[in-house]
Design a protein around this ligand. Structure first.
Ligand code: NDP
Length: 490
């Protein structure tokens, strides 16, 4: 079915001057307009503190879109049309009276979307002020960004504040990984292909690897990042969401709650990592100086604005286990870090070898199939299978080769939409399946909080790794102890 514009939407964008709005949300909205997916009456109210007006905002926005959007995708007429949908309101979010004007801006027939691209501490304030200003209808959809809190307790406070004003069915909690095409493809891969569906358990899979690597360091965000660290910034949300999509049972349909119910079951089944398990299950690292893309780079503690005594982790590797019938005995090795050798995200499903091996003994290490799911760069999949090596002199020597599916080459698509395009589109359609439900957030925090508590109680500092390497050697030791290796190390 070809997508059609949904009903006209009034989008109130709180935090319109911020990095997320400028870098991601406005370009995504432009792309939706270019694709003909914004109804002609759809409008955007950009709300922020700074002293500007609609004319100046439109001019700046047009110039920025021209700079951000690659040439073949930039259409001056569409861009002009898009910016004319945008108006500006200067408002401090704590100014309750200032919210009274919002109700006048709204077209009662339009779907109201409130997007809070603001610090999470503002979510409750904005929600209450919208209610006080009479701008809180049953039909409102409310979008909030991660992080929802910095631990279970603080996430409950934010969720309670939102729940005071809105029902769960009105809330769209973003984890932008769920907007990536390849991540949604995990659902198609698993549940549309019986070939995999029937092999997806502890009988056939030996272990799973999930790597989300960044080559960047902190890029001027030291203070923000240091409050969070890699476990809160990446594992609690993006990596646990990936793990859920890989590990969940088949949902009975594609409805938001069917999918989210299954994800919650996985989060509930995650084995708690207790203090005595830490040495074997978790590695925490912090980068020192090294090289990145051929250039010398400073260590985390020497970055601009750094507190030299910080023990915040920039790398985490861990072994997650899921205590249920499907995954008993199948470790999920997860790692994510900054200043690693490359920017790359991939999931590798390692299948068990055939029950009886009959080929040359020195090739036995090749004997398991692997499914490699590349989330970035070069989105696609490869199934590593074993074939006979070609040639008279090769006998029955084996060779491992890929059945390769690179999306950009195989499918006739001119571009892969950015995650925020998909997410904004689903919000307009009122479909919550790519958004995180309250209980998912809270179960994820419960599991991660235990690890953070263990770190604090042990007082052990993070292990150092040189920028441009794959993290502390302890992360290699962690997987080697189980007789395995990280995929690219093979
Ligand atoms: P920024 O700090 O860049 O922007 C915050 C915005 O909120 C600014 O427009 C700021 O206005 C506004 N603001 C804050 N307090 C008030 C107030 N009292 N009254 C009016 N305006 C206020 O943050 P980001 O854009 O980076 O992030 C926004 C949210 O998205 C955060 O929750 C973040 O965690 C999340 N996020 C961001 C990502 C990113 O790539 N940037 C990625 C994933 C999540 P002013 O300019 O006047 O200060």
């Amino acid at each position: 079915m070809v997508d059609q514009p949904v009903c006209a939407c009034d989008l109130m964008l709180f935090g319109a001057s911020g990095d997320l709005a400028q870098r991601k949300l406005f370009p995504a909205l432009y792309q939706l307009d270019r694709a003909g997916l914004l109804a002609s009456d759809s409008r955007v109210l950009a709300i922020a503190r700074r002293d500007t007006d609609t004319a100046a905002l439109r001019k700046a926005l047009l110039a920025r879109l021209e700079e951000q959007i690659p040439e073949p995708e930039f259409d001056a007429t569409v861009a002009q049309g898009f910016v004319s949908r945008v108006e500006y309101l200067e408002l401090d979010f704590t100014d309750t009276d200032g919210f009274l004007v919002l109700n006048d801006w709204r077209h009662p027939g339009n779907q109201l979307i409130v997007y809070m691209a603001t610090p999470p501490s503002m979510y409750g304030v904005i929600a209450r002020n919208l209610r006080a200003g009479g701008c809180c209808t049953e039909r409102t959809r409310v979008v909030v960004e991660k992080p929802i809190g910095h631990d279970l307790e603080s996430s409950k406070v934010i969720n309670d504040e939102l729940a005071e004003v809105y029902r769960e069915s009105q809330l769209f909690r973003i984890d932008h990984y769920l907007g990536k095409e390849t991540v949604q493809n995990l659902i198609a891969l698993r549940f549309a292909n019986n070939l995999f569906a029937s092999q997806w358990d502890q009988n056939h899979i030996s272990h799973v690897e999930i790597t989300v690597a960044e080559s960047m360091g902190i890029e001027g965000r030291w203070g923000y990042f240091d409050q969070a660290g890699q476990i809160r910034d990446m594992i609690q949300n993006h990596l646990l969401q990936l793990l859920c999509l890989i590990a969940m049972d088949p949902p009975s349909d594609l409805s938001a709650d069917s999918i989210r119910d299954e994800k919650v079951k996985v989060l509930k089944a995650l084995k708690r990592i207790t203090p005595d398990m830490m040495a074997e299950y978790v590695v925490r690292g912090q980068y020192t100086s090294g090289t990145s893309e051929g250039k010398p780079v400073p260590g985390y503690l020497d970055e601009e604005g750094a507190n030299k005594a910080s023990e915040t982790e920039t790398f985490v590797a861990l072994k997650a286990e899921i205590d249920n019938w499907r995954w008993s005995g199948v470790p999920f090795y997860i790692r994510t870090g900054k200043r690693l050798p490359e920017k790359m995200s991939q999931i590798i499903i390692h299948f068990k070898p055939a029950p009886h091996y009959i080929f040359d003994p020195d090739q036995k290490h090749l004997a398991n199939n692997k499914l490699i799911i590349r989330l970035q760069p070069d989105e696609g999949m490869a199934l590593k299978i074993l074939t006979k090596d070609q040639g008279l002199d090769k006998g029955m020597r084996l060779r491992q080769g890929p059945l390769e599916l690179t999306f950009s080459e195989t499918f006739d698509t001119d571009r892969i939409p950015d995650a925020y395009e998909r997410l904004l589109w689903e919000i307009m359609r009122g479909n919550q399946y790519l958004f995180v439900r309250r209980d998912e957030v809270e179960h994820a925090w419960r599991w991660v909080d235990q690890i953070i508590r263990n770190w604090h109680d042990s007082g052990e500092p993070p292990k150092r790794y040189a920028a441009g390497t794959w993290g502390p050697v302890a992360s290699i030791a962690m997987i080697t102890r189980d007789g395995r290796s990280w995929y690219e190390d093979v």
